[in-house]
Write a protein that binds this ligand. Structure first.
Ligand code: URA
Length: 239
């Protein structure tokens, strides 16, 4: 399929359209072996090279976003900015959606993709991809709660959650939590059973893929295959 050269390069290399245009104007882009300096030229990805290297057209794209508070985990929304709104300009024509949700008030790692099978796999409880969170709370988390999480918390509606780990930090007003399933408002509901309210909730890792410290709220990066593997091969990496 023919596409605009600047869009192709920005998508293919995971860079902004502006940076793609710069590469083109510097003469670093060839179409079928000839330099092309026109960013609007329509062409096929397999005919393009950048600095002599083939621009591979990837079937799917995988993006790691540090979700800011106030943004909803959806593709489109009438009232709110969505996680897809934050990234979509760099990935035109991709049907992006978040693979797993964080509440509007929560922050941290959200994966965005157009690969339905991948999303299904990492969200399926059968695949056992753990998710790691950092919470601050209004009442200390004590040893009782730690043991209850390990046993499996029964929510107010009677549903029983899988065993989860909670590690209180310092005075217990903050904690690290590892979940092995994804249920709507899960952490808030699990802590709510013990009268503990959540002040802030941040997801720091999915499987063995950690949110980099230097990826600021609202920033995102395309994942390479090594990073993608970390999600499922979490048992090989230290969390
Ligand atoms: N649990 C919650 O309550 N909220 C989130 O955003 C994620 C897990």
């Amino acid at each position: 399929m023919n596409q605009r050269l600047d869009k192709l390069i920005s998508e293919g290399l995971g860079i902004s359209r502006r940076d793609a245009k710069k590469l083109i104007s510097k003469g670093r882009v060839h179409i079928n072996g000839e330099i092309c300096r026109d960013p609007r030229r329509k062409t096929r990805p397999q005919d393009v090279t950048v600095d002599g290297k083939a621009l591979q057209h990837e079937e799917f794209v995988y993006i790691m976003l540090n979700k800011p508070a106030g943004v909803v985990s959806a593709s489109r929304d009438k009232n709110d900015i969505t996680v897809v709104d934050l990234v979509k300009d760099d990935f035109p024509r991709r049907e992006l959606f978040p693979a797993g949700r964080l509440d509007k008030t929560s922050t941290g790692l959200v994966l965005i993709t157009d690969d339905g099978k991948f999303a299904h796999d990492i969200l399926s409880p059968k695949k056992h991809v753990p998710k790691t969170y950092f919470v601050t709370v209004d009442k200390p988390v004590d040893e009782f709660v730690v043991k209850e999480f390990e046993k499996g918390v029964t929510l107010a509606d009677g549903s029983v959650m899988k065993s989860a780990q909670i590690y209180p930090i310092g005075d217990g007003l903050s904690a690290r939590i590892v979940l092995h399933q994804g249920v709507y408002h899960q952490i808030k509901r699990m802590l709510g059973v013990y009268g503990i309210g959540v002040n802030s909730l941040h997801r720091s890792a999915i499987g063995g893929l950690e949110l980099p410290q230097n990826l600021m709220p609202g920033e995102y990066m395309k994942l390479d295959s090594r990073q993608l593997l970390k999600i499922v091969n979490h048992h090989l990496t230290k969390n």
